[in-house]
Every structure is written in structure tokens, then in C-alpha cells.
Ligand binder design. Structure first.
Ligand SMILES: NC(=O)c1ccc[n+]([C@@H]2O[C@H](COP(=O)([O-])OP(=O)(O)OC[C@H]3O[C@@H](n4cnc5c(N)ncnc54)[C@H](OP(=O)(O)O)[C@@H]3O)[C@@H](O)[C@H]2O)c1
Length: 313
């Protein structure tokens, strides 16, 4: 099969398209003929030697944690899925999953049936970003109907899904984005849209129950005074999580980090919301697998609207 491989940590130029052996599903796994591999910032961070690089084992490494496609074969003991099922997944994180490839083996508790409402490209970009938003809002912050939720980086891969999931949970949602993305975040359902290039959040916003922070660092720290007493910030970028938590502790705000976890049951909840029209996934760009390096360059620019995806024939 064709796969993207990394032989030495470094920039996007280190990603090469190669011919490798097709994997064989172990007990409790399925083999997926992969049609779409979502791209996330953790992908290029890991390939450059940061991110999840401590967990991926020996190089060469096939990047990617998100996939969608058709089940081609079943490992022993699998009765929950059948050959021919259309599925999507978020696999093995933070260990290597190998989704930038034509075939990928998936543990059955880390996949779900693809909702008909989503294209294979959209479903193949949903797993990691969608579960991050879901787990941050529900498992970490315990979102309740009527709460005021602020999403920093509401136009990004995680943020644009967090806005929709918070709306689906009955929250009043405020999103931040640049001027160019104000209409986009309004279309996702934001009740209030803030242009971060001209507004000072800590002056203009108060009484927030939950902040989902997709930016980190100084931006996250400046947003802390928006929280009401008892409110919580879930900060996503792990590289600044300790610094933001420390700033929160010093000034009496509750800050939590997160590491998103694969979870097939949670994927099925996202799929159900997609089927009822409450959740959609916006694609910034779809590129062929061979252009994984270009996808990493685009992701590293930090200004994608929605998700980047690699497509496989
Ligand atoms: N801990 C975890 O388990 C976990 C899981 C997933 C992601 N993450 C991390 O969370 C972060 C966000 O992930 P992502 O996939 O959503 O990233 P992304 O898609 O690359 O985010 C891009 C978005 O960020 C927005 N943005 C950039 N600077 C901003 C600012 N100062 N204020 C508001 N918006 C800003 C951009 O909007 P404009 O173009 O309008 O500026 C763009 O739409 C990344 O650092 C990622 O690694 C962590």
C-alpha cells in the first residue's frame, strides 16, 4: 500500500510517499480501506520531534490519527462490524496509528459508523478534533444548558466543532476569530462573535462559565478574568498548559489541561449529532495523500478555517 513515512524528525520536507506492507488486523481490530486522513496541529508537532513524539515508538513513522473508509477485513473475535461497513475513527492516540496510509488497522472500540450526513472527507477529519471538543465541554467542564461558553479560536479545527457542540448542549456561545472569520463563526451558531484583532476580551466580557481555549499562552492568560466565580477554562495547547494553569492558580481561576482520548462511544454521539444536523464539519482544504507536507505547512500557519484533510483514491 502507499503511505506517508517520516524517517527523521524535522519539517514537512521529511515526509515521503512510499510503498509499504499492508497491515494485518489483530484480534479485536478491523482493517479499514482508508479514504480520508484528517490533519491536526499535533501531526506536524509530532513529526518535528515535539507533540506526541515520545509515544510513537521507533522511526520510520506513519503519521495521522484520524481516518474514514470501508471495512475490508475483520480480525478474530469481531462481531460488532461487518466487511463493507462505512466507518470513521480516532485511533491509538498518543501512540502511532498510521492513518496517512491506504489501509489502517483500528481497534473496534475506537471507531463508529460514518453518519450519512457527513462526506467521507468530513468524517475522516472529525475524530480527534471532535472528541477534543466533546471531552473538553462534557467530561472536563461539565457543560449545562444556559451556561455562557467562550471559545477562543472558534474558527479552528477544534473550535468550530466546540461552538456547535456547546450550542447543541443549550449554551450561550461567544467565539473569537479574526475579522475574516466573523461571518464563519456566526454561521456556526455563535451568539456573539468577537474579533480578537481589535477587542480586549478581559475588558469587554464577564460572567463566563466555560472557556475552551484553542490558542494558549498569553491569549489564554488574558482571557482568564472573563470567568465568573466557579467558572473553568479548559486549555488545549499542551505546550503552554502548565503556564496557563499557573497563572490561573495565582489569580484564583480554575484551569484544566486535557489529553484527548480515543473513544468509539463518544464518536457515535458525534455521529448522531451530525445525523440530526446539529454538527457539521467544515473543510479548509482537501489535498491528495502525496501532499502531506503541504498540509503540514498549512496547518503550521495556524490560521486554517475548519479542518485540513488528506484524501486517498
Ligand atoms: N490537548 C489536546 O488533547 C489537544 C487536542 C486537539 C488540539 N489541541 C491543540 O489545540 C490547539 C487548537 O487546535 P486546532 O486543531 O483547533 O488548531 P487550528 O485548526 O490550527 O486552529 C487554527 C485557528 O486558530 C485561530 N486563531 C489563531 N490565533 C488566534 C487568536 N489569537 N485568537 C483566536 N483565534 C486564533 C485561527 O483563526 P483566524 O484565522 O481567524 O486567526 C484559525 O481558525 C492546537 O494547539 C492543538 O495542538 C490539543
Amino acid at each position: 500500500m502507499k503511505a506517508i513515512r517520516l524517517h527523521a524528525f524535522g519539517g514537512p520536507e521529511n515526509l515521503t510517499l512510499e510503498e509499504v506492507d499492508t497491515p494485518i488486523p489483530a484480534r479485536g481490530e478491523v482493517l479499514i480501506r482508508n479514504r480520508a486522513a484528517g490533519v491536526n496541529p499535533i501531526d506536524w508537532k509530532t513529526c518535528s520531534g515535539g507533540g506526541a513524539s515520545a509515544f510513537i515508538g521507533e522511526l520510520p513513522y506513519i503519521p495521522g490519527w484520524e481516518c474514514a473508509g470501508t471495512i475490508e477485513a475483520l480480525g478474530d473475535g469481531v462481531s460488532e462490524f461487518s466487511v463493507g461497513d462505512e466507518v470513521f475513527g480516532f485511533l491509538r492516540f498518543p501512540e502511532a496509528a498510521g492513518c496517512y496510509a491506504e489501509y489502517v488497522c483500528a481497534p473496534i472500540n475506537q471507531i463508529a459508523k460514518r453518519p450519512q450526513a457527513l462526506s467521507v472527507e468530513a468524517a475522516g477529519s472529525l475524530g480527534l478534533a471532535g472528541l477534543t471538543a466533546w471531552q473538553a465541554l462534557h467530561d472536563k467542564a461539565g457543560i449545562q444548558a444556559g451556561q455562557r461558553v467562550l471559545v477562543l479560536a472558534a474558527a479552528g479545527g477544534v473550535g468550530h466543532l466546540a461552538v456547535q457542540l456547546a450550542k447543541a448542549a443549550g449554551a450561550h456561545v461567544i467565539g473569537t476569530a479574526s475579522s475574516a472569520n466573523q461571518d464563519f463563526i456566526a454561521s456556526l451558531g455563535c451568539d456573539e462573535c468577537i474579533d480578537y484583532t481589535s477587542a480586549n476580551l478581559s475588558v469587554s466580557l464577564r460572567d463566563i462559565d466555560i472557556i475552551i481555549d484553542g490558542v494558549g499562552g498569553a491569549t489564554a492568560i488574558e482571557a482568564l478574568p472573563c470567568l465568573k466565580s466557579g467558572g473553568v477554562m479548559v486549555t488545549l495547547p499542551s505546550v503552554t498548559a502548565a503556564e496557563v494553569a499557573q497563572a490561573g492558580e495565582k489569580s484564583g481561576y480554575q484551569v484544566m489541561g486535557i489529553r484527548v482520548e480515543p473513544n468509539g462511544a463518544d464518536l457515535a454521539k458525534l455521529a448522531a449529532l451530525a445525523e440530526t444536523g446539529q454538527l457539521t464539519l467544515s473543510l479548509a482544504q482537501a489535498l491528495p495523500l502525496a501532499e502531506a507536507g503541504e498540509a503540514h505547512r498549512l496547518s503550521a500557519s495556524g490560521h486554517q478555517r475548519g479542518k485540513l484533510v488528506l484524501t486517498l483514491a
